[in-house]
Structures are given as C-alpha cells and as structure tokens.
Design a protein around this ligand. Sequence first.
Ligand code: COA
Ligand code: AMP
Length: 621
Amino acid sequence: MTDHKLWQTASSEIFWYQSPTKLLDANRPPFYRWFPDGVTNACFNALDIHVQNGRGDQLALIYDSPVTGARSTFTYAELLNTVARFAGVLASLGVTTGDRVLVYMPMVAESVVTMLACARLGAIHSVVFGGFASNELAVRIDDATPKVIVSASCGIEPARIVAYKPLLDKALKLATHQPKHCVILQRPQHAAALISERDVDWATAVKNANTVGCVPVAANHPLYILYTSGTTGQPKGVVRDTGGSIVSLKRSMSQIYGVEPGDVFWAASDVGWVVGHSYIVYGPLFNGNTTIIYEGKPVGTPDAGAFWRVISEHRVNVLFTAPTAFRAIKKEDPTGSLIKHYDLSNLKALFLAGERCDPDTLHWAEEKLGVPVIDHWWQTETGWPICSNCLGDGMIPVVPGSPARPVAGYDVQVLQENGTPAATGEIGALVVKNPLPPGTFTTLWNADERFERAYFMTYPGYYETGDAGFIDENGYVFVMARTDDVINVAGHRLSTGAIEEVLTAHSDVAECAVIGVFDTMKGQLPLGLLVLNNDVARSDQVVVAEVIQKVRDEIGPVAAFRLCAIVERLPKTRSGKILRGTMRSIADGKPWKMPATIDEPAILDEITKVLIELGFAEQTV
Ligand code: COA
Ligand code: AMP
C-alpha cells in the first residue's frame, strides 16, 4: 500500500467532526501537516465514541497499586463521566482551548483523567515525570506557561513517600511564570498543605463540577507538549498534534501490537514518558482496549513476580515495558521460578523498547514466557514505533539485537557523515526521509527554529534520529548508539549536558565531564569527572557528596547520579574539546585509539586509573 493510501484508510477509521479533504500539506518543510482541514477531538475518540458504539460497560482503565494496596476500575461509561466532570473543573478554573495544563502526578487513575479532560477541552497538557526535581519542573513551567497545574500530595516509591506538593511549591518559587490555580489530589498516605486562593482540592472541586462535552479542534491543534532531554539543559518540548496522534496510535494498536478492541493492553511505564502517553493512555483507548495504570515496580512490590501477578489478575494480552525491567526481574529470579504461580495463558506477546535490547534479556524472556518477544525502536519525537516486528501484519523472524524492519510510513536510511548513503551493514546516522508520518512531532514548543536546526539541517530532506546504526542485507535495522549527549538510564532518557550544567554550577568545580557508562541492570549510568578550583581546601569526599546531592535536588532522583570522582585534568584535543567518547570507550572496556589531536596523552592514564577505582575499565588494562 502506498503511504497515501495507508493514511487515507487509517484516517477513515477514526471519528471526525469534519473529515479531512486533504491528506498532507507539504508547503513548508519540515513543518508537514497531516489532515490539515480535518476537525476532531482526542477525548471523543478515546471515550465517547466507544460508549456510543455500545462499549460503555467494558473496562477502559484498571488502576493497580501494589505500593498502596489499592485497586479500582473504570468502564468506558464511568471513565467518560469522570473525565467530563474533571473537564468541568478545569473549565470552571478558566481553562479553554489552547491553554496549557501542566500535570505533575504519580501513577494514579487521576493522571489519566486529567490528560483526557484536557483533550476534551482542547487544552494542551504537559505531563512532567514525577522523578524530576523542582528545578526541572520550574524550567518546564516557564516554557509551557500553564494556566493550571494539576498535581497530587504525594507519590509512593517502594522505600519512601515522595511529597510532591513541596516540590511543586519550590518549583513555583523558582519559576517566573505563575499558574492561576493548582488542583491538588490529596492522597491518604500524605496530606499536603494548600495555599488558599491558588490551590484547589481535587475532591471538593469535582463534587461541585458540571460535566462538559468535547470541543472540536483542528487536526493540527496540539494535543500535548512532552519535554525530553536534548544536548543542553534546556529540554525540548515535543509537540504532537491531535489528528495525527489519533490516526497513527489507533492504527498501531492493531498493526504493530496485534490487539483487537476489548483486549487488555498493559504498558508498564510511567505517564510522564512517551510510552505512557502513547500506550498507557491514548493508543489503547482509541482502540477500545482495556489499559492498566500500575503504581509499582517490576521487583520489590512485593517481589519479582509482580508483573506475573498483574498479567494473570487482569488477563493481560500484550505487555510492553523496557528491557531494564526484565533485567531487574531476571536478577532477582534468574530461573523465573515465580512465573509458575500465575496463569499467564492470556499473554500473547511482550514488546520491549526504550533502550537497546540485549540478546540475553530477549532470550530469557522468550524462554520463560513462551510468547513472541518483540524489540521495537522509537523515540519521544516519533510518538510511535519507527521499526518493529508487526504482530498484526504477521511476524517476520526475530533477529536478536535488531528491532526488525521499518514500520509502514517510515522510510529509514543510513547516511554517512557527508550525507551519502552508507553501504549495507555499514554504520552511519539513522535518518528518516521526510515527511515523517502522522503522529510524529510537529515542532518544539516555542522553538520552531530549534526544531529545524536540531533535527532537519544536518541531512537536508531527512529527519535525524540522533541514533547511529546500520541496515543489514535483509533490511533489518540495528540501532547501536546515540550520536549526541543523550544517555539512557533504566529506559529513562537523560542529558549528560544537563548534569554537567549542574556540576559546573558548584562553586568548587572548575570544569567537568559526564559520560554514560555501561551498567548491567540499567543499561547506562552517568559518571562524572570533576576538576576542582585550585583553592579548594575541603576533602574530595565532601565535594563529591555535595555534587551528588545537588544533581538529585536539581534534576531529580531519576538521574541516578552516584558515580563521581575528582581528577587533576580532563583529556582534551588541542582545540580544547573534552574527549568524552574516548573516556566512554575506556570505561566500558571497548577498544579505543589514541586520538591524533590529543593535547596530553598521559592524562588518559590518570583517567583510566580513576575509572578502575570506580569499578570500570578493567578490561583495558
Ligand atoms: N517519582 C519520584 N521518584 C521516582 C519516580 C517517581 N515517579 N520514579 C523513580 N523515582 C526515583 C526512584 O525512587 C529512585 O530513587 P532512589 O535513588 O532514592 O532509589 C530513582 O528515582 C531512580 O529510579 P529508577 O531508575 O526507576 O530506579 P529504581 O532502582 O527505582 O528501579 C527499575 C529500577 C529497573 C526497576 C525501574 O527503573 C523500572 O521499572 N524501569 C523500567 C520501566 C520504565 O519505566 N521504563 C521507562 C520507559 S518505557
Ligand atoms: P525516548 O525518547 O525516551 O523514548 O528515548 C529514545 C531513545 O531510546 C532512542 O533514540 C534510542 O537511543 C533509544 N531506544 C529506544 N528504543 C530502542 C531500541 N529498541 N533499541 C535501541 N535503542 C532504543
């Protein structure tokens, strides 16, 4: 099928108030606009349509929280009513089409309700992951300038209660922009102090609210902004539009994930990441599936059988998570002994994404679960998979280490640095020929110029994914590494540049470098090397402890920044560029060449010694 026909057919399968007469507006590359004159609403396609079509009594959402012991369910009719009422709360606070609503919430049903309520009004939500600290939250508040912020009194991590409200209050002290109101969900585990005038109690507001209907919006109206790490401390506000999201996500549910309406689909991720947006909230609901919001971990809540318990209790048909979750389970229960206590007979496939899937994890999951295990590759920017073995289209053989072939709609190529095509099997930049398909990002919030510069300038006519890899003789794509400063820690995308900015801001630090080093569990971990000012009298340990705490306070615990050491000097080229790539290879025990342009080769010996002391680089000596 041509792309034209493909998207025409897919677009005819969703609800439009006004069907698009034009498929693609390509007048202003790379600002392509799909379905430019269509009018629709994402909440209508997620909820109302299913109730109208007789699916009202089917479960839409299951909330399962091993950290609190709570469970609740919503049928499509119940979820519609709850969302319409919360949309009424937002409307009463002055939220209208195009206003931004920032969401800083744990994994509770109310976070899904908030996102859908925004979509109902045509308001643009921006969900910030709960593991980010106040400073990161403040940066996002100032960029998105929300009229309202929706948050909760606390989140619950297995070992501690995370009081979100003080983090939010601190962020609002740091931010220039101030929202008109904050709606706070009070949780029984920890109550928050509310600030009168500004803060609104969720439960009271809902009690007094009217339900409101869907607001028809243009297909290209932004559905949401989702901030993701770039090469600098300033995150990129990925914007996705309404029509493209509905069409692409609905289609991906049947084509890629092979689920039918009524099936139970579980993405074990967080609503703060793209996986949560696309496959906890929108995709499954557009497709009439039952989705699960799980407030727990793969291990420790209470044990490594947690995923199997959820799969059997809720009759999950397809599970989606990151390989790191399976590595965590495998570490605690290497033989998979806990699996036999649960009935996994409904499970028909496991999809893995978010980081490179190592063959060991793939094989372990295949062997223990006895279902297809599918590695697929995508990004916050694309919103849905670029490459995947497609369950709905009929699977092709699994090749460990490869997320299979490009999904229909993506023309993936490998280019050399000079922009010429790489040979089969040759590593180069992974790019996608323009235009990107519907549902991919349409711009960066407030940053059209950065959108063009960061993604479309290096290889004119192509989207630069930021990943390097190759395509083999059978058309299988292999994604090997990032070409920029982005690292992947437990499936969470982080910027080493952002961590460096925090370290450099410490008064004792003269300069620093942060690299991503290999970790058997989390895939990668950030490691910082600091050069201190000459006049620092305090001990190295004190400074290291302070900078570790500083990263935790300013970026958040999710950065998992614990590896840090002080060095005399950093290795640099004669032009002053820090040799991060060489240090990364040394740390990971990979072969490396002495760079011809290095200023002082002896520094690398000193660095190697420090890396060995931190538990890395053993294989290079
Ligand atoms: N709110 C507040 N803090 C959070 C948080 C949240 N929503 N999510 C994580 N954190 C904290 C954790 O408590 C931890 O804090 P600590 O340093 O005090 O221990 C820190 O951030 C790091 O979290 P994480 O990277 O998740 O590590 P972990 O050791 O708690 O768990 C895994 C490791 C592998 C079990 C977990 O990362 C996981 O399940 N990952 C796979 C699924 C996934 O979410 N992938 C993302 C995209 S698909
Ligand atoms: P995020 O935007 O957080 O989803 O992270 C996207 C990045 O994660 C990609 O650019 C890749 O570097 C990495 N990634 C995601 N899925 C895969 C995969 N299946 N194989 C290899 N890398 C992946």
